[in-house]
Design a protein around this ligand. Structure first.
Ligand code: FAD
Length: 262
């Protein structure tokens, strides 16, 4: 299997870098080939702006989605973006790895998504009709591939529990798992989250490393999160609301979009 790790931490001696190396070593030991996009080391340009569309006429307004679609269709995206898209096409499994910063991903990784996920590549794919609303949420360019998150957090696991003050981790990660990974087609594996890491000692590191090794050894047998397929009949089109009665009684919010009610 080809694995791509998109890594977003500025320090090569960080906990995240050590965990990334554990993941790489475990994957390679199983015969997988691993490619890494180390965004800070690459000097990744995070902001999507006019420089991304060199073919755009000087007098034209920058409308990012249409400029992105035109450039993608004309094979005129910038080389850094094209290289990342080629890596995504090659990879059977995508891992996004990052420290949780302000309840989300660091800006450099969000900027990778904004720029690499071009119109025609990750969105704006497929037909819209009374049966289909584009190829997305389980369908699309990256369908048939798997993806997962490796995340570290300063907060305790309890703080991210269903009644924890930070909000449940599944809810905080939903926009990434569902909106960024499932949207262009990925089957999304449950995330690996290491909690309370800011003063991790050697024993704590070994415990997290062991948990991560176990996840890296079971990637092919781990069941993906049971997100519902958009065009599979569960949603009314074009309103894209879940048909009434499909959820377990009492299920609300993000959990509605999991086939077993979360
Ligand atoms: P590091 O700082 O590199 O290391 C953490 C600890 O692991 C250190 O004590 C280090 O010595 C130890 N360690 C043990 N073994 C090793 C080893 N082998 N290699 C390297 N280190 C080791 N947390 C939240 O929960 N929610 C938030 O919303 C949130 N927002 C944040 C926003 C910002 C801007 C910042 C800076 C932090 C935020 N945090 C938040 C905390 C953040 O998630 C953690 O600081 C981060 O996950 C720690 O990962 P790291 O790789 O940076 O750890």
């Amino acid at each position: 299997m080809n694995v791509l790790i998109v890594f977003a931490h500025p320090d090569p001696r960080s906990l995240n870098a050590s965990l990334r190396d554990v993941a790489i070593e475990t994957l390679e030991a199983q015969g997988h080939s691993v490619e890494v996009s180390d965004l800070y080391a690459m000097g990744w340009k995070a902001a999507a702006d006019r420089a991304d569309f060199p073919g755009l006429a000087a007098e034209a307004r920058l409308q990012v989605a249409s400029a992105s679609g035109d450039a993608y269709a004309a094979d005129a995206l910038t080389d850094d973006v094209k290289a990342e898209q080629a890596k995504l096409r090659r990879a059977d499994l995508l891992i996004l790895q990052f420290p949780l910063w302000w309840y989300s991903m660091p800006a450099i990784l969000k900027g990778w998504v904004d720029r690499v996920y071009a119109y025609g590549f990750a969105y704006g794919v497929g037909e819209h009709s009374d049966r289909r609303w584009g190829d997305r949420y389980g369908e699309g360019t990256l369908a048939g591939k798997r993806a997962m998150l490796i995340v570290t957090a300063g907060g305790w696991e309890q703080h991210y529990s269903p009644r924890g003050i930070n909000g449940p981790i599944d809810y905080l990660l939903f926009p990434i798992n569902h909106g960024i990974l499932h949207y262009p087609g990925y089957d999304v594996l449950p995330p690996f989250v290491a909690y309370r890491v800011d003063r991790l000692d050697a024993a704590g590191f070994e415990r997290e490393a062991q948990r991560l090794r176990a996840r890296m050894r079971t990637l092919e047998s781990t069941a993906p999160l049971p997100f519902r397929r958009q065009n599979g009949g569960d949603y009314l089109i074009p309103g894209l609301e879940l048909r009434p009665g499909l959820e377990q009684a009492g299920t609300t919010g993000f959990a509605l979009h999991l086939a077993q009610g979360g």
